[in-house]
Design a protein around this ligand. Sequence first.
Ligand SMILES: [Ca+2]
Ligand SMILES: [Ca+2]
Length: 250
Amino acid sequence: MKQAQLWLSSIAIAALMASASAQVWDETANGGGDAGDLPSTAQVVAGNPNNPLTRITGRMATGGEVDMFAILICDPANFYAHTGSTSETNYDTKLVLFDSQGRPLWMNDDRPSVAAITSLPPNGVGSFRSYIGGGASAGFYRSSDAPNTAGSATWGLPGPGLYYLAIAHWLRNPRVGIQDIFHESSPYEPIYAPKAAVANSVIDNWAGSTTTTGTYTIHLNGVCFVPEPASMLVLGAGLAGLIGLRRRKK
Ligand SMILES: [Ca+2]
Ligand SMILES: [Ca+2]
């Protein structure tokens, strides 16, 4: 029985550790370094998938660097991401959301006017900061092929699962080859769906440059931690132990 107690207590410790680190993810403290800018180098926000992830904090340490994170959207109907107040994020941002394959879904540079966000996020969103999610007036969702047509796109996500979320300085543009994926000039406030020509392509580079550096906070809703291989191993060992006990009883 000593062995079984040991297994159970390691499960309990793993659960405690997961809940202690729940909710907030820091690029350096939790991620161990700079997040990459493409799906292949994105930082995986790993942890207990039952825990909500409400914030990612990080830094644009070199001019214009882009940070991409793999996240689990567990409640797509209530998903939003935004870059907070002008003190929480001290530079002019852009947010871009990609699906589990790295194909583009939505981009916003400057959040719609606060009055147009009908379900206002709890911390508000500063000028030139970014907002992706439902809850804005329908006219702000637009196709990158019809940027001046209010409501030329309809908000939605494919469903619960893995997504890639990137934060960039507004002068950095996601691309496929030499093709911009989104509309990259005025108006900046709509939440853009990609250009149809590249909507099914995977991002492979970012254009543009700036020497600006800064720090950021991304507020999240409807997001959970990506299941962590280490915690699955601990649970697996516990299950193996229980199976072992059963067998011995027979
Ligand atoms: Ca970074
Ligand atoms: Ca912006």
